[in-house]
Design a protein around this ligand. Structure first.
Ligand SMILES: Nc1ncnc2c1ncn2[C@@H]1O[C@H](COP(=O)(O)OP(=O)(O)OP(=O)(O)O)[C@@H](O)[C@H]1O
Length: 294
């Protein structure tokens, strides 16, 4: 059994992850496995720490934080190509962990890692930025952007709820040209989600049919919907039953997606916002990444 490196983001989940350090020590000391815990000091540091850890020969490198921390640790592992990604969900949303059935309870999550089972999952790219969970354009990206501001004042999932309502009232639909492998669509959309995982935004089941290891993306396109109707749809998005509203929601499966817009657009990549001018290209990497899970 190889050594384990834990990389803790102390600000993830409003400080929740930081509180896991003593529990990690307690369980790891009992397990007699060799381990190290490093707490990050600044944004994006987890990429370098994970890359160094991988080069030093750590078999498993664990992201203790939210989807942003997981993305950074995965980038570090992928930069060397060696190591398994472990996850202790400590963020606000923890959407990738939800798809992978990794327990929210930190003790159970550590025990899952110690069991040593793993599975290779797909790695997606959105305009050269790596993502493991979901990349999206439209209403949801603007919600993420606005929720970031709200999260500084309100903690937990309620922040997403306030962010969503607030953005919905201001939002304008986007005219896009979409190429899904060989299908071309011109559409006015509310949102488009390119999914590897099933959930985002703290539990919205945007692509219930997504399979994280099948070598494909599932794409959920929500077409123009009157805002008042969208409010009624909200609970359906949580349950994943919005896919039954054939008039407004379409689901596709593809390996490469190109989205062209005439305006500057926000692109949400695993919960981080990037600006896109003109075109966003989504593709699946040749190699996946091993993740410790049941
Ligand atoms: N020591 C640190 N100080 C400030 N920011 C940090 C530090 N370490 C990591 N970060 C940054 O914190 C950001 C948020 O991390 P993460 O997404 O894991 O938490 P979260 O936003 O609480 O969770 P979720 O994405 O599930 O809502 C990341 O962009 C990361 O680079």
């Amino acid at each position: 059994m190889g050594d384990i490196l834990f990389i803790v983001n102390p600000i993830a989940g409003g400080g929740k992850s930081k509180g896991f350090v003593s529990l990690i020590k307690e369980i790891m000391d009992e397990s007699k496995r060799k381990y190290e815990i490093i707490v990050t000091e600044k944004p994006k540091e987890a990429i370098r720490l994970a890359s160094h850890g991988s080069m030093k020969g750590y078999e498993t490198i664990v992201a203790v934080g939210g989807d942003g921390t997981i993305n950074e640790v995965a980038l570090g592992i992928l930069s060397t190509g060696a190591g398994t990604l472990g996850i202790i969900p400590g963020g606000t949303g923890n959407d990738l962990a939800r798809t992978l059935n990794i327990p929210n309870d930190p003790k159970k999550a550590i025990e899952t890692i110690l069991k040593g089972h793993k599975k290779k999952i797909d790695v997606g790219f959105a305009n050269d930025n790596m993502f493991l969970n979901i990349a999206s354009i439209g209403l949801d990206s603007e919600i993420v952007k606005n929720t970031e501001k709200i999260k500084t004042k309100i903690k937990g999932r309620f922040a997403y709820f306030i962010g969503a309502l607030n953005t919905l009232f201001k939002y304008r639909n986007k005219e896009v040209n979409i190429q899904l492998d060989n299908i071309i669509i011109d559409e006015e959309i509310m949102l488009l989600a390119v999914s590897n995982g099933k959930y985002y935004g703290g539990g919205f089941k945007i692509c219930p049919m997504a399979v994280i290891e099948d070598g494909y993306f599932h794409i959920c396109i929500v077409k123009k919907v009157p805002k008042i109707k969208l409010l009624l749809f909200f609970p359906l998005f949580f349950r994943g039953t919005h896919t039954k509203i054939k008039k407004n929601v379409e689901i596709y499966k593809a390996k490469e997606i190109k989205v062209k817009t005439s305006e500057k657009t926000d692109l949400n990549i695993d919960g981080e916002i990037f600006e896109v001018y003109g075109e966003a290209v989504f593709s699946i990497g040749d190699k996946g990444i091993d993740v410790a899970c049941e």
